[in-house]
Write a protein of this length. Sequence first.
Lengths: 367, 129
Amino acid sequence: MGHKTPLYELHESMGGKLVDFGGWDMPLHYGSQLEEHNIVRQDSGMFDVSHMTIVDVSGQEARKYLQYLVANDVARLEVKGKALYTAMLNEQGGIIDDLIIYLMTEKGSSNEWYRLVVNCATREKDLAWMADRAIGFDVTLNEQPELAMVAVQGPKARAKVAALLGGSREQAINELAVFQGFESEGWFIARTGYTGEDGLEIIVPDDEVAKFWSDLAEAAVAPCGLGARDTLRLEAGMNLYGSDMTDTVTPLESGIAWSVAFEPADRQFVGRDVLDQQKANGGYDKLVGLVLETRGVLRGHQRVIVDGIGEGEITSGTFSPTLGFSVALARVPAGTGAAAKVEMRGKEIDVRVVRPPFVRNGKKVFE
Amino acid sequence: MSNVPGELKYVSSHEWIREEGDGTVTIGVTDHAQEALGDVVFVELPDIDAEVSAGDDAGVVESVKAASDIYAPVSGVVVAVNEDLEDAPEMVNSDPYGDGWFFKLKLTDESELDDLLSADEYTAACEEE
């Protein structure tokens, strides 16, 4: 048996089909992955993401340490509660993990601290890496295993959570900017997500999360599993660590160059030299979107053939419930144009190469 | 445990077979199979008049999770396919033994029916998986 989140019994009683995910017993779906996907695009759904690892970083040199640890620059966080998406790299520029960093205090305050949310499957290597890099910095790392996390996503998600919580939280949620969070009596509520819809990710003490989940269900927020979470994030063109990026590829090769802060040029972060070199030389592989508008489903690890250029590989593929056909992310050679072929079940099938995302706020967005 | 109707025959690759009494059989995938597949999004069916031998690939079912081959459980000639699955593949999930049928075969060797599993034998085979 794997680890259980504080919502395990509720998943079982609500009909969740539980599967192993990175050592955790998590719901894959509660009946139909497609229905859960669609309800998030049209209304609201909730996901138990308590398996994710939360680490608080404090100390005199917290900012200096994070500026060295990750490829994005936490000095870009100007406002208390603001979120930053970034990758943590090894010395070769390979991605150890992707993460979200929240600034939890006013910028520049004497007790400045940050909250990091990293993946569960990479927890041990992340914690070991972060501890090793912390040597020589006046910094304290505190994992927060007693915090649970729920993502409530969809066009009606924010309004439903606001109405449910009421009072000062209701007002704060209604006024919350994108990629911004706030603390409230031990809760941390942020307008972030992994679905391409509006919504919230809410960090809640373990002993309060079951009531919150039940209250959300009462407010007609549908429980959704990891299956829908995967199709939603893929439609939204968001990478999954371990599939679309690993410790052998860089952010430039993974479609997240935008999350690397090359300026200021004198900020020395782990992996920087390799990225500078790669950027200067060019010619590196790129992560693109593939679209198959006829029958069939693109799947991870299928071979991509680019005539006259070379070959690549699908890193994640799925049937897109919103679009009604298949989409994928694939790593392909630099010179890949608008067309490619994918080897599917022994046949080479024509696909279009597009720039992700595929879907945002319920609608098709690629050309 | 999933639904395994007593009047049907089965193979361990999770197809069911219904004898129609006129030398033809109807074939689909079991409730156990549809549950394991998850939501079905595309179904590829064999061509009418195609000749298949027992154990041949006769189609593909694609779900949100994976693509799986559909095997011909017995030898025969394809005499009908369920074209409604093209627009409504979800019927494989909602009604695997009824509207979710795949294709019909005219048998070339009726003695092959003796090799098929009964409902009890199929249930036992699933439990061993």
